[in-house]
Design a protein around this ligand. Structure first.
Ligand code: DUC
Ligand code: ZN
Ligand code: ZN
Length: 492
């Protein structure tokens, strides 16, 4: 081959593609992967990947960045700090939220978040349209226009006073999404049950952070997943259930999928690696672990891993929702808050991949390593890219964006609070893991090497999306919606 034919060659690594795990070189020209094979010709730049795994850069489809929370608190990160932290953790694409609150105009919200990301993001990004003000302007005009403009996912909360949508509003949003080609993502917890439990606990003096776990009963998740699936089936609109935390929640999803309802679902590292006991810390320390839904039990962890294995859950996202342990974040309601007054969420963008890699790859018996490497790529990059219509992301394939993480599989790391975001703590501090993404590349350019960031704020690109297969309805109409069976009424 001619000298300098490729811009970059990653040589001699173990490359993980959807077709398998192989010893190979990988070549990049411009922004794309152009060859994967043996003894590829020289590149203008070469990276020696001997004893390294060459994996797709992670796709994190659920992270809250520079966002006003459901409780009205601005989170700790800017697009610069959050995406910088993502890059250090091997993630090269994020989907965060353009978060409408009551009284806000959704089109303006999207413009504002896109401007923040354009200024700060160091990696590629897309937005979920978070709808909390489903008035006529939103439902009839802004939401359809924004979906068609390439924001192909919508997020709704079934709880939280400031952002919750009512059942009828949820039905409207499902229908508009069906008509315009978007996936609907749902925070599924029963509002009344949470409110009732929270008030009762606090009234009886059970105010410490650990009672947060008790205040979000498993039944709240189970009921809401049931309900949103019933609605999704009724409207025939695909839905993504966010952050599944319970074995029963995964079961409800399994049953729905088994009867052909188009449901996708994710879980997150804190449900796979923590339990409610992690909130049981002295004083207010447990505040750092408060997130919703809360961490559950070891038995739920097992059920969630099994649900991933079975394909009932397809994605591991971070649900990065960072709040500092000070008056700007967790203690914005004062220095002695009850658990209800503490912001929900934890940082996760940087730790998502290393934690999952350690569990799935480093701790796997040798004979399962290749299989688990492929699962790792699937759950953290390939599946989210496929489900959310990012066709150039999430896989090492000819023509794909050269978004690549080169992992040192034997590097031991003891986790500390030193992350690259702006939260100031790491919920997994003290844990020892093996394996780290040492070199991270986006569209052929170095993002991270030797512990240094090479990217500039604003270099990440906004990715607009087509309506891909995940957004397509099944075509099976509920009898009451189907004019052939409802005396001819046209409702869609
Ligand atoms: N739900 C999320 O998905 N993220 C942060 C807080 C919450 O309740
Ligand atoms: Zn949520
Ligand atoms: Zn979230």
């Amino acid at each position: 081959m001619a000298s300098g034919e490729f811009d970059l060659v990653i040589r001699g690594g173990t490359v993980v593609t959807s077709a398998g795990v192989m010893e190979a070189d990988l070549a990049v020209s411009g922004e794309a992967i152009v060859a994967i094979g043996h003894k590829l010709g020289p590149g203008r730049r070469e990276i020696d990947a001997t004893d390294r795994y060459v994996l797709p850069g992670g796709v994190d489809p659920h992270c809250h960045i520079e966002q006003l929370s459901g409780g009205g608190i601005m989170n700790a990160d800017t697009f610069e700090t959050a995406t910088r932290s993502a890059a250090f953790g091997g993630t090269t694409s994020v989907i965060s939220f353009a978060a409408q609150h009551r009284e806000m105009n959704l089109a303006t919200v999207v413009k504002d978040y896109a401007a923040l990301a354009a200024k700060g993001a160091v990696i590629d990004h897309a937005f979920h349209l978070m709808v909390a003000n489903p008035d006529r302007q939103t439902i009839e005009h802004d939401l359809p226009a924004l979906i068609r403009a390439g924001h192909r996912s919508v997020k709704v909360f079934m709880t939280y006073d400031r952002v919750q949508v009512q059942d009828e509003q949820l039905l409207d949003i499902l229908l508009v999404s069906r008509q315009n080609g978007a996936l609907v993502c749902v925070h599924a917890e029963n509002h009344g049950l949470l409110k009732w439990m929270g008030e009762r606990l606090v009234a009886r003096g059970y105010t410490a952070p650990k009672y947060h776990a008790v205040s979000h009963p498993r039944a709240a998740e189970i009921e809401a997943i049931h309900r949103v699936i019933a609605f999704a089936e009724f409207i025939d609109q695909p839905v993504m259930i966010f952050h599944v935390s319970t074995a029963e929640g995964a079961d409800v999803i399994r049953q729905a999928r088994g009867r052909g309802v188009k449901i996708f679902a994710e879980t997150c590292p804190h449900y796979l690696f923590q339990t409610m006991d992690d909130l049981d810390l002295p004083g207010l320390e447990g505040a750092r672990m408060i997130c919703s839904p809360p961490q559950r039990t070891a038995s739920d962890q097992g059920a969630l891993w099994q649900a991933l294995e079975l394909g009932d859950l397809q994605v591991i996202s971070s649900d990065h929702a960072p709040y500092r342990m000070d008056e700007t974040g967790k203690f914005s309601a004062g220095s002695r808050p009850n658990f209800k007054q503490i912001a929900n969420g934890m940082p996760g963008l940087e730790m998502r991949l290393p934690l999952v890699f350690d569990a799935l790859v480093s701790r796997a018996p040798a004979e399962r390593r290749d299989e688990n490497l492929m699962k790792f790529a699937e759950w953290t990059a390939t599946a989210p890219a496929r489900i959310y219509d990012l066709p150039k992301k999430g896989a090492l394939a000819i023509g794909a964006d050269a978004d690549i993480a080169i992992w040192d599989p034997s590097r031991p790391v003891t986790l500390t609070d030193e992350l690259h975001d702006n939260t100031g703590y790491n919920p997994f501090r003290g844990r020892s893991i093996t394996g780290w993404p040492e070199t991270v590349i986006q569209r052929g350019a170095l993002l991270v090497e030797n512990g240094q960031l090479h990217a500039k704020p604003g270099q990440g690109r906004l990715v607009l999306r087509e309506a891909g297969p995940a957004t397509q309805p099944t075509g099976r109409l509920a009898p009451e919606i189907d004019p052939a069976r409802n005396f001819g009424a046209k409702l869609l």
